[in-house]
Design a protein around this ligand. Sequence first.
Ligand code: FMN
Length: 193
Amino acid sequence: MSSAIRILVIGGTARAGSSSERVVRHALAAAEAQGAEVELFDGPFIAALPLYVPDRTERTDAELRFVEAVRRCDGIIVGSPGYHGSLSGPIKNILDLLEDLSRDERPYLDGRAFGAIVTAYGWQACGTTLVAMRSIAHALRAWPTPFGAAVSASAPLFDANGDCLDPKVAEQLAIVGRQVTDFARWRRSGLAA
Ligand SMILES: Cc1cc2nc3c(=O)[nH]c(=O)nc-3n(C[C@H](O)[C@H](O)[C@H](O)COP(=O)(O)O)c2cc1C
């Protein structure tokens, strides 16, 4: 087993310049700076997955690649836009695929750190979507990090290079990346759970 902590990152919409993809990219960079090995499943990947159907057992190569990456990860960061007060359909759809891990020795996201990040125009959807994501993390037996980031996308968040325009937002995103990596490292060392 490689000694690097593996952090899997899911986030974004298929929209060009997706804010929910950009925020997870920032958290990913923070995890990487902590020495984690990271893998991103971005907006276009998420949007192209077939709709989850409970009794469909065939899997596309993309579905298999994703499920295998989750199986191997120590922590996960999920970024969703707030759609009508909750997660977007495609983000929920990729999380539904974790049902494939239900019979694993470590079922679902058992023992993994879970960092949640939301972008939405308004604070109400930021809050309700963050709560929904953390409830999903609990249902999947993950450990939501103490800090989850909710970011208002009502004003531009990034410049043309993808750099965050607001240092406070950049720091909040980095905290999520660092907390997921820290917990994963503690778990590996036996200091947590
Ligand atoms: C179908 C849809 C529903 C939305 N619902 C809400 C909402 O309930 N509250 C809110 O504040 N913003 C809402 N928004 C705005 C999105 O949350 C916001 O534009 C988000 O940052 C888009 O993410 P993206 O940049 O990754 O595509 C909605 C947008 C869409 C397309």
